[in-house]
Design a protein around this ligand. Structure first.
Ligand code: FAD
Ligand code: MLT
Ligand code: ZN
Length: 475
């Protein structure tokens, strides 16, 4: 028999301590709304366990009482995956107190970290061991490694180091039954049966709660050189990428594209971050080279490739950062674009991936169709071009109109953009995940059979659908 709400809360308090069971409305508020302020839910409580055993006990109690669970890390997700539904019958489990680096193994090039570790702290822990953890996102000051694993986050270093999935060797997971699956092995090879680790990575908390992970760390580059490059069109950016890929190969560690309208928005909301290049330029590209030899070697490589690019015409102007602070400014420019968009109001977000070769045509077609149908529309198009990942975001003609434009046209604009994505065999979620935002698009995108397999996996692990129901798969 299920406990009454008050008995359930008392039982939770016994597991984690009364102060870690948050029920007061004003304290609960931040756990109920997502970063973009698009989704708002309700919850019986937010729980802040200190260790894996506490997570396991909470999950067992929830399972016995048929109370659904929403795992939450830094709550920076873009698709509403960490927001409870409006029924008030779910609990949020925040992993933020589980923030210990359990061990660093230099010879094995790995670290074992708890899920609630803030990404920036993980980077700093690696640096303190004279190693490098390459995952890097604009949200790194508040997102957690558990959230990064659960969304299989991308970010700005994917073209060299891969998504979060590729940075993970082992996981500890609390299953929907409350049992603890311990696969915290730091092995680069292990072919013993199905790869369970990869099931939980990118599952957005729908199959279990990640409580710890073994992650890869790398030697620290001795030099990193950054440049901002103007290109005349998207095709120019693709050609520039090819030049850098042939010239720098694995030393190319960042290739980010920003459209003129993205840069105009940035200049409006963050004037000190206005581009130093003469503009407007159709696109500006941020390029980063990392080198294991020397500063001179890196600089020479950057200069040689840029000279070729300027000669060939795929670049029209370039500035190489002459100091660490200028390099930081270039990165700040790129990373403040989503912040400028948030300041501007609601926008119709698309996190798409495409074959890199298809990107110029995709942009051209979508821009033309959208501008014809919605005169004055702003296309805030930026992203990780080196991975074929665009944040092709659409906003109304001015900041004042964003709310109305969003409500009126979201569905049809998304349909238009996704139709173009499918023409090129692209993806409607490159790195942000599905959450609740894209649930309705999953079957259309992945097809019946793939979604049926996903549902079978969900049913096998979580037969009562208690783990983040309604996220990834429709409940
Ligand atoms: P949350 O938002 O708390 O949760 C995300 C999802 O994971 C939810 O479904 C949640 O239920 C689940 N979850 C969280 N923790 C766990 C756990 N321990 N076990 C099981 N499930 C869990 N994303 C990118 O990919 N690339 C970017 O470049 C990028 N840049 C960003 C820049 C800004 C300014 C912002 C605000 C966001 C950005 N993001 C980016 C999106 C976001 O930061 C990532 O999705 C990040 O990985 C989410 O981590 P989090 O800890 O905040 O997770
Ligand atoms: C980014 O690349 O800046 C992020 O994925 C966030 C976003 O697009 O809003
Ligand atoms: Zn991104």
């Amino acid at each position: 028999m299920s406990l009454s709400d008050s008995a359930f809360i008392s039982a939770l308090q016994k597991i984690v301590g009364a102060e870690q069971v948050i029920t007061h409305p004003s304290d609960l508020e931040p756990y109920l709304i997502d970063w973009r302020k698009r989704y708002k839910g309700q919850a019986l409580a937010a729980l802040r366990p200190a260790n894996t055993l506490e997570v396991s006990e909470i999950v067992k109690l929830c399972s016995a009482n048929q109370i659904a669970i929403v795992p939450q890390g830094g709550n920076t997700g873009m698709c509403g995956g960490a927001t409870p539904n409006p029924t008030g019958r779910q609990v949020v489990i925040s992993l933020q107190r589980m923030n210990q680096v359990r061990s660093v193994d230099i010879a094995n090039q790995t670290m074992t970290v708890e899920a609630g570790c803030i990404l920036k702290n993980v980077q700093e822990a690696a640096a303190a061991a004279n190693r490098y953890f390459p995952l890097s996102l604009g949200s790194e000051g508040s997102c957690t490694i558990g959230g990064n694993l659960s969304t299989n986050a991308g970010g700005t270093a994917v073209l060299r180091y891969g998504n979060t999935r590729e940075l993970c060797l082992g996981l500890e997971v609390v299953l929907p039954s409350g049992e603890i699956l311990n696969s915290l092995r730091g092995l680069r090879k292990d072919n013993t049966g199905y790869d369970l680790r990869d099931l939980f990575i990118g599952a957005e908390g729908s199959l279990g709660i990640i409580t710890a992970a073994v992650i890869k760390i790398f030697p620290t580059p001795v030099a990193q050189w950054t440049a901002l490059v103007a290109v005349p069109h998207a095709q120019g950016a693709v050609e520039l990428l090819n030049l850098f890929q042939s010239g720098a190969s694995a030393q190319l560690t960042g290739f980010e594209m920003m459209s003129d309208e993205s840069l105009a928005l940035l200049k409006h909301y963050y004037p000190p971050l206005a581009s130093p290049l003469d503009g407007p330029n159709a696109y500006e590209v941020l390029v980063e080279i990392s080198d294991y030899e020397s500063e001179e070697h890196a600089m020479q490589l950057m200069e040689t490739i840029l000279e070729k690019a300027l000669e060939s015409g795929c670049a029209t102007d370039a500035a190489i950062a002459s100091s660490l602070s200028q390099a930081q400014k270039f990165w700040d420019m790129r990373e403040h674009i989503p912040l400028a968009q948030a300041d501007d109001g609601q926008n119709i977000k698309h996190d798409v991936s495409l074959p890199i070769s298809a990107i110029p045509n995709f942009i051209e077609t979508c821009n033309t169709l959208l501008r014809r149908e919605y005169p004055g529309v702003r296309v805030i198009n930026y992203g990780h071009l080196g991975d074929g990942n665009l944040h092709y975001n659409i906003a109304g003609a001015s900041s004042k109109e964003t709310g109305e434009f969003f409500t009126k046209y979201s569905k049809e604009i998304q349909a238009l953009v996704y139709k173009e994505v499918e023409k090129y065999n692209g993806s409607i979620s490159a790195e942000h995940g599905v959450g609740q935002q894209k649930v309705d698009y999953l079957v259309g995108h992945r097809g019946d059979i793939a979604v049926q397999v996903m549902k079978s996996i969900k049913q096998a692990l979580d037969p009562h659908s208690l783990m983040n129901p309604g996220k990834v798969l429709a409940s």
